[in-house]
Design a protein around this ligand. Sequence first.
Ligand SMILES: NC(=O)c1ccc[n+]([C@@H]2O[C@H](COP(=O)([O-])OP(=O)(O)OC[C@H]3O[C@@H](n4cnc5c(N)ncnc54)[C@H](O)[C@@H]3O)[C@@H](O)[C@H]2O)c1
Length: 252
Amino acid sequence: MRLENKISLVTGAGNGIGKATAELFAKEGSSVAVVDLDGDAAQSVADSINDSGGRAIAIKVDVTIEQEVVHAVETSTKELGEINVLHNHAGILPPGDASILDIEEKTIDAALAVNIKGMMLMGKHVGRAMRDSGKGGAIVNTASDLSIIALAGLCSYVTSKTAIPGLTRSMATDLAEFGIRVNAVSPGFTYTNMTAGIAGNEEIMGAMKETYLLKQLGQPIDIAQCVLFLASDDAAFVTGAALTVDGGHVVT
Ligand SMILES: NC(=O)c1ccc[n+]([C@@H]2O[C@H](COP(=O)([O-])OP(=O)(O)OC[C@H]3O[C@@H](n4cnc5c(N)ncnc54)[C@H](O)[C@@H]3O)[C@@H](O)[C@H]2O)c1
């Protein structure tokens, strides 16, 4: 098992990719703090991990509020132990995202608050906890294929996700001296609630698949497997990197 006796905190773990990561981490021997704005979804993921013989707790948190982030880190540490791994994943496709010509202030604010500020706050407080433990750790931030390329009409989302490889390099630089590695995964289109709105449109989906070298789109487990790699000692010599997990989308 690749995370035996580790303690992990996963944000956005109530659904989709974060849920797949939380479940995979548990299977690999880690205790998991399942953190999400949706407390019921987080509880259901934690229950299912506990029912399968793993160890998990649910914590309802809005990652955009620093006090709540502090609460998540303190609760996780108190109930499970010192955090070794963070999958810093919670993020949104902000409702009303648009072209730069039509973007509304509230959409910009929502994207920056969750996708950048939330990730920075969680990185700050888990980073401090890992530093104080003296045992190092591994952090994986979720970026996107849209950290590398743009799609029309998604100006706030593309801008916010493009910050994540930079945040990852910055965190890797600041935290290396404490034995903390920081990397990012950059998923391509993955079937989750976030993408459910377009997943039903066969015309768009067919055209999109053609732009993926592997002619298929992602499932949450495809991304979770790569998060596990970066979080585990298999990636002991990897820090500051962003691993694209997109079926070859951005190279076409
Ligand atoms: N699905 C994709 O195609 C895709 C591609 C690239 C990157 N991503 C990234 O994945 C993340 C979204 O995950 P998903 O695709 O599994 O979607 P999802 O909607 O299934 O899950 C996102 C989870 O984040 C939680 N969340 C939202 N705002 C929060 C907040 N303020 N505090 C705490 N939790 C919050 C939601 O409640 C939800 O459970 C984002 O970071 C997104 O940029 C997704």
